[in-house]
Design a protein around this ligand. Structure first.
Ligand SMILES: [Zn+2]
Length: 164
């Protein structure tokens, strides 16, 4: 059987189907990399911790979730508009996702992790990324921080980011 794709194209298509690497996640990684952060995206911690964090910064004892504005219900965001048809079903679906996010965040905090949630819209445009870049050291701690020092203030309330 002849494949309609070249091998390169096929592997690109398959990795997009198989992987959970979305455009905002990739944008965050390149931002973190450029800023000098050390992190993992597919290590044992990414796979083993509650909610499978998208980015783990072991030295900073911090995990980052990149949340899609629609599926995770970014209140007030233009990317979060519930469809008119089957409205109740969507309300239940999205609030279920949000409840699960909250459970994962609480479990991680109890394990001593600092949890940062970044909405996808904060990574969607160049202007938003510039805005986010200026705030990342406050959210995560400085890139070159020594793990021996307390670098982030642990807070009971979640740090959330989105467009200003
Ligand atoms: Zn949003």
């Amino acid at each position: 059987m002849t494949d309609i794709f070249t091998p390169e194209k096929r592997s690109e298509v398959m990795s997009r189907i198989r992987g959970r690497d979305t455009k905002p996640e990739i944008a965050l990684r390149s931002l973190l990399h450029r800023m000098g952060y050390r992190f993992t995206v597919n290590g044992p911690k990414n796979r083993g911790l509650p909610g499978k964090p998208d980015v783990v910064l072991p030295l900073l004892r911090t995990v980052v979730f990149v949340h899609g504005c629609f599926w995770h219900g970014h209140e007030g965001c233009k990317h979060f508009r519930l469809p008119k048809s089957r409205h109740d079903w969507w309300v239940a679906k999205i609030s279920g996702n949000k409840a699960r996010d909250q459970r994962n965040e609480s479990a991680l905090r109890e394990m001593g992790w600092h949890v940062v949630t970044i909405w996808a819209c904060a990574l969607g445009t160049h202007a938003a990324r510039t805005w986010l870049e200026a705030r990342l050291p406050n959210l995560l701690g400085p890139p070159g921080a020594s793990p021996a020092l307390p670098m982030v203030a642990e807070d009971a309330t979640p740090y959330r980011t989105g467009n200003p």
